[in-house]
Design a protein around this ligand. Structure first.
Ligand SMILES: NC(=O)c1ccc[n+]([C@@H]2O[C@H](COP(=O)([O-])OP(=O)(O)OC[C@H]3O[C@@H](n4cnc5c(N)ncnc54)[C@H](OP(=O)(O)O)[C@@H]3O)[C@@H](O)[C@H]2O)c1
Length: 444
């Protein structure tokens, strides 16, 4: 550490920051560091000086505020520069990001990252262990829900709380798509094209719409809120690509909205259920009102009760805001010779998906003849799935045949029992089609 931001002895200190990546978030971070230099120095107790900015393409167009003379394609040399005090990793992906973060931590330099994919990988567990063993910060507020101060709230304000459940809308792309489907009655495919045109969905939207991005965030939350190491690929995950306009309309008629939720829940004393799936959320629940690309996380704690944090979960500037907060934290800790709390973690005992218990809403199209209802309810009964309510609506099929739409809402039931019921129903001659099958949040 060298010069500026005056310390008690009157000397000025400077913290040299290596920024790996200058895309959406990296370029926004560089802008904030330049524009708010004085204010950040007051907060951090040292002035930030950019040591270098790693990119892959030196000739790619950059925002005017990015200093071209600091760009380098040699990220490893930048991390190895002994004058660098803090490394900020904003390149994304597993490699070379993982090796660069490891090199920085290994040499005793704190790291700030927004890389949820890396943190939720097996390497993420190893990197957190390395940081703890080396006594350096590895901070990642921006990796979950962008600008929302969630990781710090869980790690510090709620550190003494026994958390029962953390449940959130942590992917803006899917929330935008589901909001448009709800408010415009539009089809999934139509809204996905609109989201891509607005830059809210990638050209290949798989990671968002199939829930993988939310699963990585759920895995990170399992660690921060519950102290368990969970890998992203161990998270039960269903996306929204099979949600239809019909499902959304049905939900609305029954007082629900469909949301893609990441849910981390304590089950008994030593198990955790970690999952991502679309769910029916009562219109009265605070998460139901979270529209468009916004994120929100609902936390249920033993003493604190219910809390909700809401805000922008992505975008260059909102995400860079969270990175700056971590950069200041890391700098304060560096100056004080301390680190942010990083308690020991244990491997999680994950509840198998089949043992998950929740309420279900199941739509069935059946032929309209006497005895069908009895056949169908017998299938539910034979697997111990208790029906809470049922509605029947006449409908005519595409070929003009008369049929009925049966909508069942179940009491809390085991997922495995509901799956067994559905496969038995599939064997019934009277069944024309299994429509939407949706889990209900908060069902008793
Ligand atoms: N964007 C968001 O809203 C958001 C929100 C939360 C978290 N995050 C996370 O933040 C991180 C960055 O996201 P982003 O949207 O800013 O990504 P991005 O726009 O794709 O930018 C990635 C940057 O990293 C550079 N880069 C990639 N591989 C590199 C390598 N091997 N060596 C040197 N530089 C390399 C790229 O260089 P070039 O410019 O030369 O291609 C680019 O500048 C990711 O981990 C992401 O998951 C993003």
């Amino acid at each position: 550490m060298t010069s500026t931001a005056t310390d008690r002895a009157g000397a000025e200190r400077t913290v040299r920051v290596a920024v790996l990546g200058c895309g959406n978030v990296g370029a926004a971070l560089v802008g904030i560091i330049q524009e708010r230099s004085e204010a950040l120095a007051v907060q951090a107790g040292a002035r930030f000086e950019l040591a270098g900015i790693a990119v892959t393409d030196l000739s790619a167009p950059r925002p005017a505020h990015v200093p071209h003379d600091l760009l380098t394609t040699d990220a490893a040399a930048l991390v190895a520069d002994p004058t660098v005090d803090v490394v900020v990793e904003l390149m994304g992906g597993l490699e070379p990001a993982g090796s660069l973060v490891r090199a920085a931590l290994d040499s005793g330099r704190p790291v700030v990252t927004a890389n949820k994919a890396l943190l939720a990988s097996d390497d993420g567990v190893a990197l957190r262990t390395l940081a703890r063993n080396r006594g350096v910060d590895l901070l990642y507020e921006a990796a979950v829900a962008g600008a929302i101060p969630l990781v710090r709230a869980l790690r510090e304000s709620l550190t003494g709380e026994r958390i029962h459940r953390v449940m959130g809308i942590v992917n803006g792309t899917t929330n935008f798509i589901l909001t448009k489907m709800t408010e415009q009655g539009a089809d999934y495919a139509e809204v996905l094209i609109e989201a891509q045109a607005l830059g809210l969905a990638e050209r290949d939207p798989t990671a968002d719409v199939e829930g993988h991005d939310a699963a990585a965030k759920a895995a990170i939350l399992a660690g921060v809120a519950f102290g368990y190491d969970v890998a992203g690929d161990a998270v039960f995950c269903e996306g929204i690509s099979s949600v239809t306009a019909e499902d959304v309309d049905f939900a609305r008629r029954f007082g629900y909205v469909i949301k893609l939720l990441a849910i981390v829940e304590r089950v008994g004393d030593d198990s955790l259920s970690v999952r991502v799936h679309p769910a029916l959320v009562s219109e009265a629940h605070p998460l139901a009102g979270v529209r468009d690309a916004f994120n929100a996380v609902f936390i249920e704690g033993e003493a604190a009760g219910e809390l909700m944090l809401y805000g922008q979960g992505a975008g260059g500037l909102p995400t860079a805001s969270a990175v700056v907060g971590d950069l200041i934290d890391a700098t304060r800790n560096l100056l004080a010779g301390t680190t942010a709390p990083a308690p020991d973690r244990q491997p999680a005992r994950l509840l198998p998906a089949d043992d998950l218990e929740t309420g279900f809403c199941i739509n069935l199209d059946v032929v309209d003849r006497p005895g069908v209802l009895a056949e169908v309810t017998a299938a539910f009964a034979s697997h111990g799935v208790s029906i809470r309510s049922m509605e029947q609506e006449a409908r005519s099929g595409a070929d003009g045949t008369l049929g009925a739409r049966l909508t069942f809402v179940t009491h809390r039931s085991r997922e495995g029992d509901v799956r067994a019921t559905l496969s038995e129903l599939e064997g019934l001659e009277s069944l024309q089609r299994i429509g939407g099958v949706m889990r209900i949040v908060g069902a008793s």
